[in-house]
Design a protein around this ligand. Sequence first.
Ligand code: SF4
Length: 217
Amino acid sequence: MLNLQQIRYCLDEMGKLFPNAHCELNHSNPFELIIAVSLSAQCTDAFVNKITKKLFEKYKTPEDYLSVSIEELQNDIRSIGLYRNKAKNIQKLCRMLIDEYDGVLPNDRDELTKFPGVGRKTANVVVSVAFGVPAIAVDTHVERVSKRLAICKWKDNVLEVEKTLMRKIPKEEWSITHHRMIFFGRYHCKAQNPQCEICPLLDLCREGKKRMKKGLN
Ligand code: SF4
């Protein structure tokens, strides 16, 4: 496992590679962000942005999403995977937001996870990006990078990865680390064909060395 000094080095190098790492889901307020994140399950951010470009022109408030039939909303997002469930959850989320929160999205992760279709990862993204609350959302990229670099153990589940990262990284860096790890995993340490041969972290990375030795890169 990497020690704290080595982790520091890795995070700094990720920061140098991706100084502008940020949330790539287009949105202009917390409500749009939670809709975008809800749509992003098993889908790329770029594709979600294509859908939300039109969607956010038509639907601006929770009331707007409830003013149409479920079939109409499903039709508006039908090119996205799991669109039937996603549409149902969006309408349920809007109903709950109006009935229990006066239409105002709470800036608290535990409150957010009470909404239909909102898991811990989505809630972490929303509090972090929309409200500036320190959080580390563990998606597939954050999990893969953390494990390849031995910041976490291979057998750790998503919650264990999140807790380990929170323990090993200063709180004020949680949110930026989340973005940097996502960019690093999305564009450099990719699931298939990670760029180990030009990776500044190769010397510290057992997985990278293994892959280079096997001629996988
Ligand atoms: S050496 Fe390879 S596996 Fe390790 S962090 Fe770099 S790209 Fe990822």
